[in-house]
Write a protein that binds this ligand. Sequence first.
Ligand code: NAD
Length: 484
Amino acid sequence: MGRGIARRFAAAGAQVAVLDADVDATARGAALTVEEAERDGAPVEVEPAAGLEALVADVDVLIEAVLEDLALKTELLSTIGALASERLVVATNTSSLSVDSLGQAYGRPDRLLGLHFFNPPTRMRLVEVVAGTRTAPEVVREAMAWVEQLGQVPVRCIDTPNFVVNRVCRPLYHESAMLVSAGVPAAAVDAVARAALGHRLGPLELVDRIGLHTHLVSSESAYAELADARYAPVPLVRRLVRAGALGLRTGRGFYDYSDGRKPREAQADVVQTAAPESGASESVGIEVVGAGAARLAGLARSGAEPVTVVSDGGGLDDEHESLVSGLVAEGRAVVVDSSDAAWLPRLPDAAGWVRLHHRGDAWFAERVVDEVASRPAPPTTDVLLRACEATYVDVPAVPGLVADRLADCLVNEATWVVQEGVATPGDVDVALRLGMNHPQGPFELLDRAGSRTVLRRLCAMQAVSGDARYRPSALLRRMAAGTR
Ligand SMILES: NC(=O)c1ccc[n+]([C@@H]2O[C@H](COP(=O)([O-])OP(=O)(O)OC[C@H]3O[C@@H](n4cnc5c(N)ncnc54)[C@H](O)[C@@H]3O)[C@@H](O)[C@H]2O)c1
């Protein structure tokens, strides 16, 4: 991280000196920084510093990017504090330690803040600018300006465990592990996250890359600090860590890498394509009814043998149930579009169960197939999926299915973060788009889904599971009530 950050500052025209643990490491680090920049066609000048004392005397800004070890950072910052002038600004690149604690270690908490760069700093544009409780406002303002001068995008937040991106994503990682614990294959969870939510990497593939042990440590610290069920580590993750299944680096995590297979291949295997039978697509009409019909308007078309899609818009009620049973009794082909688990005992055998998503100009579906729960996929679902040329993933009948559970946990956490004054909704959206490459930020997702729908789904999950993970924020409740 240090080499990448040094390159960013040097490329923006700053005079940069680097310092590592000893003289040799410093010389190697400086040479490697210059070499890597040259190899990337963006040469920079970076000097090896003569030592900590000389460095501190010579610079206006010092960026600390040593190992993520509280004892090491505390000792180093207190040494720097003893050497520094009153004007020196120190930025720590910590990803999980408390900026307030590090400010105390430095001794002048008003002159210390967090600058959380993302990996690799030369490519990732986002920088979280973390204001400690006692950081001086002008230091934060200056740091925001530096980040902009680096050609990066600063997002301001206060000192909270995991800051913005990693905090908002923590419930997403937990939820994906909860889905695996409930019997959804890891590849299916990730394939749905990519196809329905447009995530570039599935959450489980990402946790495998981060390392399950690193993820577990961050989860434990967030859980200890924030004392909320939303951060409680998932037992399956603990079990995998104990078994040495730490992810990519040990060849086994949520995925098995032992035969050289990539998660992408496992995900491709679970995605099915419903190609239209020759000439059949024209003859199938699609009628869309129910509270969520507007969302599926693009699906409707006339044809000889209509399939009726009943979309409950995010929550099953008696009206939907009687609509479906009435249509089935008339002998009509019916498919329900919903992620509401309450359909499980109420859906007539002849009706299919899917959750349709529209991305770009294509349809993607989660199709419920669960022999154990007596929910096989009737041929009606094939007819529908073929007619709209959807790609789809078969999922068991877990409450909330996959995409909505993942999206709702992410969105709910974003509203908690805003409610606590950690960051603004606009900044949270920017942070998730740039830090995670998500196509939409959580508040944009919330706008699309509707706050009442998201609230309803979270409350249903909380009721079904009895798990406080799904407890909606007061802000989300106010948004759904239209009072904000
Ligand atoms: N790796 C990431 O994806 C990532 C992303 C964002 C933030 N961070 C944070 O950046 C920091 C560094 O992480 P990294 O992945 O680059 O670690 P790293 O292990 O690759 O590099 C740490 C460097 O610090 C040096 N060092 C150790 N003690 C030192 C001392 N007393 N004085 C000077 N240098 C010393 C080490 O020799 C090493 O070169 C951590 O706080 C980490 O949480 C990492």
